[in-house]
Design a protein around this ligand. Sequence first.
Ligand code: GTP
Length: 385
Amino acid sequence: MCDFIYLFIYLLVGWLVGWLILEKGSPQVERSCRVLDFNDPFSTEVKPRILLMGLRRSGKSSIQKVVFHKMSPNETLFLESTNKICREDVSNSSFVNFQIWDFPGQIDFFDPTFDYEMIFRGTGALIFVIDSQDDYMEALARLHLTVTRAYKVNPDINFEIFIHKVDGLSDDHKIETQRDIHQRANDDLADAGLEKIHLSFYLTSIYDHSIFEAFSKVVQKLIPQLPTLENLLNIFISNSGIEKAFLFDVVSKIYIATDSTPVDMQTYELCCDMIDVVIDISCIYGLKDDGTGTPYDKESMAIIKLNNTTVLYLKEVTKFLALVCFVREESFERKGLIDYNFHCFRKAIQEVFEVRMKVVRSRKHQSHLQKNKRPTPNGTPRMPL
Ligand SMILES: Nc1nc2c(ncn2[C@@H]2O[C@H](COP(=O)(O)OP(=O)(O)OP(=O)(O)O)[C@@H](O)[C@H]2O)c(=O)[nH]1
């Protein structure tokens, strides 16, 4: 009987230790909150990493859910606090390929058991979210610590500061908060002799399009082909009598490039609304009776005439990209010319895309060769595959 009790206690303690290691041990990475698209040739390449950091309840998970999962802002009220690092692969388009790592607010990522060097080394952008409706002194101290550590490991990281939840502030208060945060964060860096670190600031809220616009700018900095895409858009609009053109990732509504004329929020919002209308209508009426088919394909296009003599024109560019243009009614009379120029533009984009594919393939080939060159643990060279 006594043996049974000992055995029971032994099993119970073993189970408890195992549970503690799994649940409370070193921070874990939850892999791929979203399934990878293995048909996409870029899905297996090393993607730039975007880190979402900030204090608890600052709004990190809400941002990720609203931008990449189409969650409605009100639903974020019921989000539970994140307790693991959540990694998500975003492979929506040929150009927008990255990983987002959502960090729990309470995590001590400077814990010696936590390999922050590995995390920062592969990072393209670090988004630090500051809750503007809360006292932000603690957030600023944390920002300083995070930025200085990350910079030491990887000076190439883009530091992007989201002054978040600004929907609760008046216009004057927004500007004042941004000025104050900007000043304090840069003063802290100057005091530490690190004035060369550049911080970019954005006023954001999940209750309007500001979060999509800010994320667009963060992602654009990670697209090496951006100058080429912008150039192509400039040539396209100047030869077609178009006022403004955006190249959109239709799934996330991030614009990955636009021409060099300034972007105003209303124009951007109209484009987002148009994409929503096209996708919604296509989902309802564009699929076959048995529900097969895709709501967005080569035939996808839309024309919306506004009551201010402007026409919105959307056309499919690739499986995930759309071009949305603002055209004056009189210029839209030469639709044939616009369509011809669009055809040339699409061809040029495909060529950029092919160059990128070649680069990715040759990089993969080289890393494969290097792997095979490395000797095996017992010293003998690896057999070629
Ligand atoms: N008013 C307003 N509330 C927001 C905004 N973004 C997020 N919230 C709210 O902020 C609360 C916290 O959001 P979370 O996304 O869970 O915050 P988090 O930073 O991921 O929190 P942890 O997981 O604990 O680190 C939620 O109730 C959201 O609804 C915003 O732009 N405006």
